[in-house]
Ligand binder design. Structure first.
Ligand SMILES: O=C(O)c1ccccc1NCC(=O)[C@H](O)[C@H](O)COP(=O)(O)O
Length: 215
């Protein structure tokens, strides 16, 4: 049976991956703007990729603790539909970014244990969506996109008053079980559809979307 699960393919770095994501039925494509990331894009590269995304597929820009000048420059250069704040942004900063940009904002919150859950509730008061992700290990280079899962039982049965997306260590092999355990209606993947950091694989993207949608 096929389910109405919405999929985001994050960290797209080339046209082949973008087209694979769109062709497979992804609802969102994510572009990363974080220079330490193997998925980092220049504004020029992102603009070219974004212009090839059809209507109906949301273009998400992932930023980390971006200041106003960085956001202004990004949005002047790249046609974006949603911002994903993936750093230590506070709820107040989420509100500021929404007001300044006029774009919907998805706030990523990393989970390792129960102590991390209140941050989700706080951000749910201001963000348009939540990205419920694994907390990066101490000292990690990247605040996300590490291919690590958290214990999905932490959020089983929990709900927030805004749409949310499950992320962290998802793969074509485990995404159906993750959806079953958590009740997620949206899922996000980066590492799990790559052959190497930053190198997306079209077959893995297709397999992930099919597995997520129950097909
Ligand atoms: O992907 C990156 O390199 C990255 C860099 C800085 C902040 C976030 C980053 N990625 C976030 C994601 O790709 C996803 O939204 C999420 O963390 C899941 O990633 P993965 O566990 O690799 O599927």
């Amino acid at each position: 049976m096929a389910y109405d699960i919405r999929v985001k393919i994050c960290g797209i770095t080339d046209a082949a991956a973008r087209d694979a994501a769109v062709g497979a039925g992804a609802s969102y494509v994510g572009f990363a703007f974080f220079p330490k990331s193997p998925r980092h894009l220049t504004h020029e590269a992102a603009r070219a990729l974004a212009l090839g995304v059809p209507p109906g597929v949301a273009k998400v820009a992932l930023v980390v603790n971006a200041d106003d000048a960085a956001l202004d420059a990004l949005l002047a250069a790249v046609p974006i539909d949603m911002l994903q704040l993936h750093g230590a942004e506070t709820p107040a900063r989420v509100s500021e970014v929404k007001a300044r940009t006029g774009l919907p904002v998805m706030k990523a919150v990393g989970l390792a244990d129960e102590a991390d859950l209140p941050a989700l509730a706080e951000h749910a008061k201001v963000a348009d969506q939540l990205l419920v992700d694994a907390k990066p290990p101490k000292g990690a280079e990247l605040p996300g996109g590490n291919g690590l899962a958290f214990d999905w039982r932490l959020i089983a049965g929990r709900r927030w008053p805004v749409p949310w997306m499950l992320a962290g260590g998802l793969t074509p092999a485990n995404v159906a079980e993750a959806i079953r355990l958590t009740g997620a209606r949206q899922v996000d993947v980066s590492s799990g559809v790559e052959t190497a950091p930053g190198v997306k694989d079209a077959d893995r993207i297709a397999a992930f979307v099919a597995a997520a949608k129950g097909g």
